[in-house]
Design a protein around this ligand. Sequence first.
Ligand code: G1P
Length: 297
Amino acid sequence: MKHKKVTKAVFPVAGLGTRFLPATKSIPKEIMTLVDRPLIQYAIDEARAAGIKEFIFVTSRGKSALEDYFDVAPELESALRKSGKDHLLEILKDTNMDSGAIAYIRQNRPQGLGHAVWCARRLIGDEPFAVLLPDDVIAAEKSCLQQMIEAYAETGGNMVAAMEVAPEKASSYGVLDIANDMGTIVEAKGMVEKPPLGTAPSNLAVIGRYILSPQVMINLNKIKQGVGGEIQLTDAIAEEIGKGKVYGYRFRGQRYDCGSKAGFLQATVAFGLARPDLREEFGAYLNDMVALQKAAQ
Ligand code: G1P
């Protein structure tokens, strides 16, 4: 291992989730479920599989359901134990965090992703760290962050997950300007947050998984508002180009944009079909639906 191990991860979960109103009026977006697991559980599982030991949540008002979700539930657990439902107790294990493994930091004003990440600066200190955006759910044989951590062990620097998107969609993402394309890994010579239509330097978009050097936190200290009047993480990473290296990593896996309704529904279908206990019944239903739709056309 040439580079310092990544053991801390930041989960920005302070957003209002307005795209999912009215649901998000009283539940955090990250608690919305794909089949029977909240979005945040997928991100935590991915981080755990990649060897993360400290989980830092950047939250805001109205997110207490998230804190409860990762706490013990003594009454529920004892009721399950009494009724012999050991398999359900087993399922709950994934939701438990050791004391001290999870920290909650408040972002008291919504000032953008960069600002949210910066809120965790004191807990990160002088170490490389991961950032996972729970809206981006990635189904993969080997977790996306694990793939990146293995690549980072060789490259060091800063690394962002990357994926080719349709050119007309590039303006919804951070986009890489490619200096050197080595296949799975690309070296960036620039990075633009949400470029106006037709101006993107490539169609290689940043997806919500990052491994960042502590220097990015220092950059965030002084960065000015970027696109949309927000403090952009992309801009703080882009400042590293030229000083250190910034890499894009083309991960193996299927990414779902669970920040959009269509993406959320697609993920629900994909994860439902991937479940052995649901596959048959759900698959048959979907086939019937498709047949009905075709017949109606
Ligand atoms: C954020 C980042 C953007 C990235 C995207 C991936 O944007 O700012 O660079 O491409 O996540 O999902 P958001 O979707 O929060 O607007």
